[in-house]
Structure formats: C-alpha cells, structure tokens
Design a protein. Structure first.
Lengths: 488, 132
C-alpha cells in the first residue's frame, strides 16, 4: 500500500484492480516461471504466512522442490486454466485443504505465459462436513440408499451393502425384494410424485435369503416435487423385534395349551376320583351286604361315566378348529327349538323358560348346529343359575333383536348372578361355578363358535339379581362369510 | 367317637371319602362350600379336616388360612385332597405365597390311594375306633 500511496491519484482501473485483488474472498498469489511468489493478497498472507522471496511449493506445502504433477507448470506450458483440490500446510503448520484455480497471466493471446495467478479457497470445514456426513451415511445402523427416478440405486451405505450385497446400478425392488417389477404402493414413487416424506412397513429378502422386516422412510432430495431427481430410502431393520413378537405369541400359545392340558387333567382326576369312589362304595356294599351302598356306588359309577362322555364331547367341540357351515336360517326358529328342548327340564326345577322374539326377523346365514350349541350352553347355565338362587320365581328369557345391522341373541336370567371376579373368569378354560356338575368348557366353546361367525359375546351380571349374555353378529360379516363359503 | 369334616364341592368325593372314613371308625360331617365348612368346623370342632382346594366362590386355601388363624381351630390336622398338583410336586408355599402359614399335615392327589390315605389318617388321629 505504501508504494501506491506515494502515487498522486491512482487511475480507476488500477484502483479497481487493487481493490479486487485485496477484497476477493480467495487467497490470491502471482507466481513466476521459477515458482517464486511475486505478489499475494492479504488473505493469502493471513492463511499461508510470509511469502516474500519464497517459492510457491515451500509456502503452500513446505516442500523443497516443485510438487509432483505441478499444475502451475502445465499452465505455464499450455496457457490453460486449471482447477484442483490440494492439501498443504497453513502458516501455523496445520494441515490445510483448499481448492486452487490457476489461470495464465499474459499480455496477449499467444504470448508466453510469464506469470500465473493462483486463487485458492480453504475447504477444511467443508472437508470435515463431508467426512462427518460420509461417516454418518456409512456407519448409521440402518439401511440407506439413494435411488434415481428409474429406481436405480446410485448410493448405498455399509449396512445395506453388508445385508443386500453389491447393489449399485440395480433397481431397489430387485435388491430389497428380489422382484422384477416395482412394488405395489411403493412409498418412493409417492415421494417422487408429491415431494413428501412417506413411511411404511415392508418385508424384504436379504442376500442370504433370510427375511428382513423393516420400517422404510422415503425422503425427497430436491426442493420441489417436479424437480426431485433422487429419493433417499432409509430403513430401520425390525426383524429382531418381529422375532421377539413371534416368540411372545408362541409362548402365550404354549402357555394356553399348558393351561388347557392342566385343566383337562384336573377334570379327569375328579372323574377318576368319582369312579374309584363308586367302585369302593360298591365293594363295601358287597363286603357288608348292603344294598343301599351297592346302589349308591353304581349311581356314582354311572354319573362319572356320563361326565367322561360330556367332558370328551365338550373338549372335542372346543378343540375342533372348524369353520361354520352357514345356511340361511331364521334366528327365531333356532330359539324355538331350544325352548322346545329345555321347557320341560326348566319346569322340573321350577324355572320358567320364555322367548321374546323379533317379529320382523329374516333369515340370515348362520351355522345352525353352532348356534344351537351356543344357545344350549347359555340356556342350561341360566337354568342352573336360577336353580342355585334363592329366588323362587326363577325365569330365563331368550330374545332375538336386529338393530343397526347387528343380529343378537340374548339369554337373561334372574338367578344367582356373578360378582366381578367370577365375571372375569367365565371365559377361562375349565372355570366352573357348578363344582363337579360343569366341565368349564361351555362358555369357552360358545365364545369360540361366536368368533368363528365374526361375532362377539358379552356379559352383564349382578350378584343375586341375575345375568344377561348377548351374542351379536354383524350381518355384513355373516354375508361376507357366506359369500366366501359359496365361492369355494 | 372321633369326627372328621370333609369340605368338597363334589358330592361324589364326599361320598367316597365319607365311606372310607366311616369304615375307619369316624363320624363324618360334610360341607360343599368353604363357608359352610368354616361354620361346621366351629360347631363340631372335628379331629380331622379333609379339604379340597378348587371350589367355586371361595378356594379351600382361603378356608385353610382362616382355620390356621383361628386359635380354637388352628391345631386341627388338615389333609388337603386336590387334583391341582401331584404329590411329588406339591408345594404349599408356592400356592399360598405366605411363609408364615404352616403347611397342612398331609396332601393327597385325586384320585387317592386308599391304603396310604388310611395310614395317614391313623398317624394323624391316633387310636381311632376299630373298623366296624
């Protein structure tokens, strides 16, 4: 500055040149053919330190001779500008990364290049970002791919390559799912279309052939929907979670099987106890010649033999995984059958059995045998509840309703009722409140049949007031099941 | 006469055990619920109680706990007769989950072995009357 200050008034051109040289946001240096730095701006001095009387390779890289493949030499020879990424040392001896643009300085075209201008810019921070990004992209514990509009994978991270193999240039659906065509409901294609983030759960096949469950998020790489050239696909592998879920379900299933077997064993032990008791009492009758004991023992044998039959029948009907055999039936007809079957039995124990039928009932697809079993179980329970109650005017009512597309059968009684603890257990395997009289499978079987019809069973009850069971079937489901059955 | 109280919701079990115990010289009282069982235990104060576990409404373990907590009834020997566990795996503490409650004097799995049952009775209630 001091030499130019001595001049009277610098010309506009000279002033502009000087200003540009100093203020341009680059490190600028002029170099002669012997690699001497002949001029440099303040940015350069600040970045690389003292340069006067020093060679460019010394200043830039702390070398004692020109760099191998020196770009400056090439520009001195062919007068062509060049751009390159370089690494060197800054004035504090720290590693420096910079981009250098080299341009020839000559008086006219064709003249020898006596000087070159080197404009460099620090990219240490950019390099660091790049490294961080690269590290993140490669090491993040999920699968990341970048795909183009043809669904070709142009980048894939380490986790993805490890699990799905060498995939660059292949289409994502080939790699993820071993498909030949695009997946239905492809979230990436939605992102290409609307520029939004989409998420979905997918099942793919890894390179070893094992299944991979993953949650896929697709994100646009571009600002506007019509400018999206690439989509980034990020997947979190949830195979382990799925495996755990499966193990829990399996454990629950085994637990239920164990509970059922334990319950069955308990029922069988009780029956065996009754049979052995019958034999023992008959034996005593014979021993002491007591006709009453003989009769008592024989009755016990008969009763427990019948219990075995009921238990086996109920258990088979509970264990059997059959689909309902649907046919068009008027629900009222099923109720009338049950009334006919149980009227006398109920009357014998002083219970009135009534029906309250929906007069506008139409035929619907039902499995008559299945519903018959359900109503039999509910009605016999209701009669027992009345019989066990102190109420001398025991009454059981079966009604049918058809409201809002839902067909219901309701069995209500004014018997013993249940407290909340018992109510919570009624659908548990082998739970019975009837002591030796029940098998504990009736309500469980009823619920199973109702579920097979796509319906549900509910119960409301109050101790000493009575109980109300409702089995409800959405007619739309019955019709869908019927259609499905007909199409087979 | 020595007395026994049988508490079981199953009438056939009452009939069977009753017959075995009568033959062993006991006067038999029976209850088909724990509620009735507790009442009879207080009234009769039997020499022995045969108790089932799985009963509707209230379990036999609940009655057992009440018996052991009642000073007048706590020393009556109790035989638990149930199908809930095998004799080999019977673990009373695992069932009651309370270490302060002493275990029953004997446990029999249904269906019972009559000879072993009779031996246990003789051991628990000595000098019963001779068989009739």
């Amino acid at each position: 500055m001091s030499s130019s200050a001595k001049k009277k008034t610098p010309g506009l051109e000279e002033w502009m040149y000087h200003s540009l040289f100093q203020q341009v946001p680059f490190n600028v240096a002029i170099i002669d053919r012997d690699y001497n730095i002949v001029s440099a701006n303040d940015n350069f001095t600040e970045y690389f330190g003292q340069w006067r009387g020093r060679k460019c390779y010394k200043v830039y890289k702390n070398l004692d001779q020109p760099c191998l493949g020196c770009n400056a030499r090439l520009t001195f020879e062919d007068a062509q500008p060049r751009l390159s990424d370089e690494s060197g040392v800054d004035q504090h001896g720290k590693e420096a990364h910079y981009v250098v643009h080299i341009a020839p300085l000559r008086k006219r075209k064709g003249a020898t290049v006596k000087y070159i201008i080197e404009m460099s810019r620090d990219i240490v921070e950019t390099k660091n970002w790049q490294m961080e990004y690269q590290l993140l992209f490669e090491r993040v514990p999920c699968y990341i791919t970048v795909i183009d509009r043809n669904y070709k994978i142009i980048r894939a991270n380490e986790a993805f390559r490890k699990n799905f193999g060498d995939v660059i240039g292949r289409r994502c659906f080939e790699v993820y799912k071993k498909r030949k065509t695009k997946c239905p409901n492809c979230p990436a294609s939605r992102t290409f279309r609307d520029g939004q983030v989409h998420r979905s759960q997918q099942v793919g096949i890894k390179k070893g052939g094992e299944q991979a469950h993953y949650v896929l998020t697709t994100s646009p790489l571009g600002r506007q929907a019509d400018q999206i050239a690439h989509v980034i696909e990020m997947s979190t592998d949830i195979s382990d979670v799925k495996k755990l879920e499966k193990e829990v379900l399996e454990a629950e299933r085994l637990g239920a099987v164990g509970q059922t077997v334990a319950g069955l064993a308990h029922s069988i032990k009780n029956i065996l106890m009754g049979l052995e008791g019958g034999m023992y009492i008959m034996g005593r009758g014979l021993e002491v010649n007591d006709r009453d004991k003989l009769d008592q023992g024989w009755e016990m044998l008969e009763r427990n033999f019948n219990k075995t039959t009921s238990l086996v029948r109920d258990f088979l009907s509970f264990a059997k995984g059959r689909m309902p055999e649907l046919e068009m039936v008027n629900p009222n007809r099923l109720v009338e059958e049950i009334i006919g079957l149980y009227q006398a039995i109920a009357a014998d124990v002083g219970v009135a059995l009534k029906a309250d039928l929906n007069p506008r009932a139409h035929s619907v697809p039902l499995d008559p045998k299945g519903i018959h079993t359900c109503l039999t179980n509910l009605v016999s329970n209701a009669i027992d509840a009345c019989e066990m109650s102190d109420n001398k005017h025991g009454e059981v009512c079966i009604s049918t309703t058809d409201k809002k597309g839902v067909l219901s059968f309701i069995v209500s009684d004014n018997g013993t009722g249940m407290d909340s603890e018992i109510k919570g257990k009624v659908f548990t395997t082998f739970f019975t409140t009837k002591g030796g009289k029940g098998t504990g499978l009736g309500l469980l079987t009823t619920r199973k049949i109702v579920k097979e019809h796509g319906g549900r069973i509910s119960v409301s009850s109050k101790p000493s007031e009575g109980t109300r069971f409702r089995i409800a079937f959405p007619k739309s489901r019955l019709n869908a099941l019927y259609k499905e059955e007909k199409s087979k | 006469m020595r007395t026994v109280l049988i508490v079981d919701d199953e009438p056939d079990v009452i009939a069977y055990l009753g017959a075995v115990l009568e033959a062993a010289g006991f006067a038999v009282h029976a209850a088909d619920s724990t509620e009735q069982g507790l009442k009879l235990a207080e009234q009769v104060r039997p020499d022995l109680i045969c108790l089932d576990i799985m009963m509707p409404k209230e379990s036999g373990l609940s009655l057992y706990t009440k018996l052991r907590a009642d000073q007048k009834l706590a020393d009556i020997p109790v035989v638990i007769i149930s199908g809930i566990q095998t004799e080999q795996e019977f673990d009373f503490q695992a069932l009651v989950k309370d270490s302060s409650i002493p275990p029953p004097e004997a446990f029999f799995e249904k269906p019972i072995n009559v000879a072993e049952f009779e031996n246990a009775i003789k051991r628990l209630v000595p000098q019963p009357r001779a068989r009739t």
